[in-house]
Design a protein around this ligand. Structure first.
Ligand code: ATP
Length: 761
C-alpha cells in the first residue's frame, strides 16, 4: 500500500485534526449530503498542489480554512498532509543538474498549509520546499495535480467534455508524461531565456562594434606614429651624430683659419712699408737746366747755321754773278740751299722730336712742338729773303768772295763748337734721364710692393669677414642643433639621446658628411615630423589600454555568445529528444489505453467500439479568418499554423448508430467516461485513485459492472471512493462515515457496512 494516510487540520469543514488511514485496497467514504466527504477529496487535490480555486470549490485560499462555528472559532490556517510509503524508494527528485535523486526515506510526507493571507507553504518530510518540488516528486510516481486519478463529484465526464487539446494533456498526465511536459516547458523557458540572452549579447557586441572600429583606427594611428618615431629616431641618430661631427669640424676649421688669418694679418700689418708717394725727383730739375742750356746752344747753333747758309748763299750768288759776268748767256741761277743747313735743320728737328717723344707732360710736349715750329719758321725766313739778283760784274766781287769765304770758315768753326757742345749736353741729359728712370723704377717697385701688401691685407680682412659670417652660421647651427634635440625630445622622448652612443656612425663615413648631405637628411627629418604631427601625438597608452579592454570585452561577449549558442543548441537537442520521447511514449501509451478502453467499453456496453485518436488541431489566424470565410479551402491552406495534436474520442455503441459523444445519454456518457478513466488507470496505474461519486448515475446492472471494475482496478491502485452506492460500498474493505457533529464540524468515524448502507441512495 503506497498511500498511508491523509491528515486534515482546519481544512474546510475539518476543524479538528482528522486522520484517514488507508491500509486496504478500497476505502469508501460515506455520509450524508454536505457532511464534508468531498472536502476530503479536495484536501488530496490541495496537498498535491492544486492551484485552481474552482477545483477546490473556493474563491480564495482563505475559503479553504475552517470558517468557524458556534462552538469552534475560525482558524488561521488549513493544513493537509499526505503520507506515502517509500520503502521501495519509488520517489525521486531531480537536482539542479537534472539528475534523478532518490528520496531516501521509508515514508514521504507532503504537507501543504494555506494561511489566512492566502500564502502557502509546502513541506516534504517537514522540510520547507517549493511547490515545484512537490509537483516533481508526485510526478515521479505518476500522480499529478491535473487529477486524472482524482475524479471529483460531477467530473466523471471531464475527459469527455474536455477539448481535444486538454484531453491530450490529461492523457499525457495519466501516462505519467507530465514530467516530460514539465521538462519541455522548463527547457523552452531556458531556451527562450538563452535566445534573449544571445540577442542581448549580440546587441551589446553591435553597440561595441563602432567603438572598436574607432579605437582600431586610433591604435593604427598610434602604431603608425610609433613606427614613425622609430624611423625618426634612426634618422635623428644619424643626423645628430653627423651634425655633431660637422659642427666640431666647422668649429675646428674656423679656429684654424681664424688663427692663420690673424697671424698673417698681424705679420703683414707690421711689415707694411710707408707709402712712398711718387714725389719730386731732384734729377728733373737738373734735366730742366740742361734743357735750357741745350735750348740756348741750339738757338745759337741755329743762328750760326742760318748765318752759314746765308754766307753760302751770298757766296754762291757772288760766284754766279762772277760766272754771269763771264758767261752772260748762262741761265738765271736758282736759289741754292746749303746741304749743311738742311742737315742742321734735320738734326735740330730730330733733337726736338726726341725730346717731344720723351715728354712727360703736355707742357713739355707743347714746348718741344713750339721749338719745332719756330725752327722751321726761322729756316724758311732765312731763304725767303734771299732773292737772287743779277749782279753787275763787280771788281770788288773777288774781294767780297774772299771775305765771304773767311766769314764762312769762322762761322763754320763756331757752328762746330756749338754742335759739339750740343752733343755734350745731349749726353749729359741722357745720363740724367737714365738716373731718373732708375729712380722711378725703384719708386714704382716699392709702391707695387706696398699696394700688393695692402691688397693682401684687404684680402685677409675680407676673408676674415667671410670667416666670421661662416662662424655666425656655425653658431646658429649650434643653436639649431640644441633646438632640434629639444624638439626631438618632445617627439620621441629620451630616445633622442641615442645619437651619443658611439658607433651610431661608421667612422669610415665621417668624410662623406657635408652640409649638403645634412640638409638632405634634415628635409627628410622635417617630412617625418610633419607626418608624425599629422597623425597626432601622444603615446596613446590610455587608448591602447581601452582598445585592449574593449577587445577583451568583445572577445568575452563573443565567447559568451558561442557558449550560449552552444547551450541553445544543446537545449534544442534536448527539446527534440524530450519531444521525441514524449511523442514515442505517448503513442505507445495511447495504444495501450485504446486496448483497455475498447475492453472496458465493450464490458460496460456489452459490445461496441471505442477509440482515442490523435488529431491535428488547425489554428486559424483570427484577424484574417473573417475575411477569408468565403474561401474555406484557401483559409486552410494559407492560414495553417504549426500543428498541435489533440485527442478525439470515437465511440460506436452496439446496436445504435452513435456518431457523436453529444448523442449519448447521461448514463451512457457516464459509462463511457468510467471506461475511459479505468482504461487510463490500467495503462499506467497511479498509486491511488480517488473517485467522488463517479457511480452516481449508474443503474443496478451497471453498478455491478462498475463494482467489478473497482475490484479489478484495486489490484493496481489503491482506491478511495466517495459513494452513496451500496454496490460500491460492498466492494470496500474499509468504510469511513463523515458526519457533522455537535460542534458543527466534520467528524470521521469508521463504520461497518450496515451503518454505511444507511447512507446509500
Ligand atoms: P454531498 O454528499 O452532498 O456531495 P459532501 O459530503 O460531499 O456532500 P462536501 O461538499 O464535502 O459535502 O461539504 C460541504 C460542506 O463543507 C458544506 O456544508 C460547507 O458549509 C462546508 N464547508 C466548506 N468550506 C468550509 C469552511 N471553510 N469552513 C467550514 N465549513 C466549510
Amino acid at each position: 500500500m503506497m498511500l498511508k494516510k491523509l491528515e486534515l487540520h482546519g481544512f474546510k469543514s475539518f476543524a479538528k485534526k482528522t486522520e484517514i488511514v488507508f491500509n486496504q485496497p478500497v476505502t469508501a467514504i460515506v455520509g450524508p449530503n454536505g457532511s464534508g466527504k468531498s472536502n476530503t477529496v479536495e484536501a488530496i487535490r490541495f496537498v498535491l498542489g492544486e492551484q485552481s480555486s474552482k477545483s477546490l470549490r473556493s474563491a480564495s485560499g482563505k475559503d479553504l480554512i475552517f470558517a468557524g462555528s458556534q462552538h469552534i472559532p475560525k482558524m488561521n490556517r488549513a493544513s493537509v498532509s499526505l503520507t506515502f510509503d517509500n520503502t521501495s524508494r519509488v520517489f525521486h527528485l531531480h537536482n539542479v543538474k537534472n539528475e534523478k535523486i532518490n528520496v531516501d526515506f521509508d515514508e514521504v510526507v507532503i504537507t501543504r498549509t494555506v494561511y489566512a493571507d492566502g500564502t502557502n507553504t509546502y513541506h516534504i518530510n517537514g522540510h520547507d520546499v517549493r511547490m515545484k518540488d512537490i509537483v516533481e516528486l508526485i510526478a515521479s510516481v505518476h500522480i499529478g495535480s491535473s487529477g486524472h486519478h482524482i475524479i471529483s463529484q460531477g467530473e466523471a465526464d471531464r475527459l469527455l467534455n474536455a477539448s481535444a487539446k486538454e484531453r491530450k494533456i490529461m492523457i499525457e498526465d495519466a501516462l505519467g508524461l507530465k514530467l516530460y511536459q514539465y521538462r519541455i516547458k522548463e527547457t523552452e523557458k531556458k531556451l527562450s531565456k538563452a535566445e534573449d540572452n544571445v540577442q542581448e549579447l549580440h546587441a551589446l557586441r553591435r553597440e561595441l562594434a563602432p567603438h572598436i572600429k574607432f579605437l582600431e583606427r586610433q591604435v593604427k594611428k598610434i602604431e603608425q606614429a610609433e613606427q614613425l618615431r622609430g624611423d625618426l629616431m634612426l634618422r635623428y641618430d644619424t643626423y645628430l651624430a653627423q651634425e655633431t661631427i660637422l659642427l666640431e669640424r666647422e668649429h675646428d676649421t674656423y679656429r684654424r683659419e681664424y688663427d692663420a688669418l690673424t697671424a698673417e694679418h698681424a705679420t703683414l700689418t707690421a711689415g707694411l712699408p710707408e707709402n712712398q708717394a711718387a714725389g719730386e725727383i731732384p734729377e728733373h730739375q737738373e734735366l730742366a737746366t740742361l734743357r735750357a742750356e741745350l735750348d740756348v746752344i741750339q738757338q745759337q747753333k741755329n743762328e750760326l747755321v742760318r748765318s752759314l747758309g746765308k754766307i753760302e748763299g751770298m757766296l754762291e750768288l757772288a760766284q754766279s754773278s762772277k760766272d754771269q759776268a763771264e758767261h752772260p748767256d748762262a741761265p738765271t741761277p736758282s736759289i741754292r740751299i746749303l746741304f749743311d743747313d738742311v742737315k742742321d735743320l734735320a738734326r735740330t728737328l730730330e733733337g726736338y722730336i726726341d725730346a717731344l717723344e720723351r715728354s712727360e707732360s703736355l707742357q713739355d710736349m707743347r714746348t718741344h712742338a713750339h721749338a719745332v715750329r719756330s725752327t722751321l719758321h726761322d729756316f724758311m725766313r732765312t731763304y725767303e729773303t734771299e732773292v737772287p739778283t743779277i749782279a753787275e760784274p763787280d771788281p770788288a766781287l773777288e774781294t767780297k768772295i774772299q771775305e765771304l769765304q773767311s766769314l764762312y770758315a769762322s762761322t763754320k768753326e763756331a757752328l762746330d763748337t756749338h754742335i759739339q757742345q750740343e752733343s755734350g749736353v745731349h749726353e749729359r741729359m741722357r745720363m740724367v734721364r737714365e738716373r731718373i728712370e732708375t729712380h722711378q723704377q725703384s719708386q714704382q717697385e716699392a709702391q707695387r710692393a706696398y699696394y700688393e701688401t695692402k691688397a693682401r691685407i684687404r684680402d685677409i680682412e675680407s676673408k676674415m669677414e667671410m670667416l666670421a659670417l661662416h662662424h655666425q652660421a656655425t653658431l646658429r647651427a649650434d643653436q639649431a642643433f640644441q633646438e632640434e634635440i629639444n624638439e626631438g625630445r618632445a617627439l620621441i622622448g629620451d630616445r633622442i639621446d641615442g645619437y651619443r652612443e658611439s658607433g651610431v656612425l661608421d667612422a669610415g663615413l665621417h668624410d662623406q658628411i657635408s652640409r649638403h648631405s645634412q640638409e638632405v637628411l634634415r628635409k627628410k627629418l622635417e617630412r617625418l615630423k610633419i607626418k608624425l604631427e599629422e597623425i597626432g601625438g601622444g603615446s596613446g597608452a590610455d587608448v591602447l589600454a581601452e582598445y585592449q579592454e574593449t577587445k577583451e570585452r568583445d572577445a568575452f561577449l563573443e565567447r559568451e555568445i558561442q557558449d550560449v549558442d552552444m547551450s541553445i543548441q544543446s537545449l534544442k537537442t534536448l527539446m527534440q529528444q524530450l519531444q521525441h520521447e514524449l511523442a514515442r511514449e505517448f503513442e505507445g501509451g495511447l495504444e495501450k489505453i485504446n486496448t483497455q478502453f475498447q475492453e472496458f467499453f465493450a464490458l460496460m456496453f456489452g459490445g461496441g467500439k471505442a477509440q482515442l485518436k490523435s488529431v491535428d488541431i488547425i489554428k486559424r489566424k483570427r484577424s484574417e479568418s473573417s475575411e477569408a470565410e468565403d474561401d474555406a479551402e484557401s483559409v486552410l491552406l494559407d492560414e495553417e499554423e504549426p500543428q498541435e495534436t489533440g485527442i478525439e474520442i470515437y465511440v460506436n455503441l452496439p446496436r445504435k448508430k452513435i456518431t457523436h459523444l453529444e448523442m449519448l445519454s447521461g448514463g451512457e456518457r457516464s459509462l463511457t467516461s468510467i471506461a475511459l478513466l479505468f482504461a487510463l488507470s490500467q495503462v499506467n496505474p497511479p498509486p491511488f485513485l480517488v473517485l467522488d461519486e463517479t457511480d452516481a448515475a449508474l443503474d443496478e446492472a451497471n453498478s455491478r459492472r462498475y463494482g467489478d471494475m473497482i475490484e479489478n482496478l484495486s489490484r493496481y491502485s489503491q482506491l478511495m471512493v466517495v459513494t452513496h452506492n451500496r454496490e460500491t460500498m460492498s466492494r470496500a474493505q474499509v468504510l469511513y462515515g463523515v458526519t457533522i457533529g455537535n460542534e458543527e464540524c466534520s467528524q470521521l468515524l469508521s463504520v461497518n457496512f450496515d451503518d454505511a448502507a444507511m447512507f446509500a441512495k
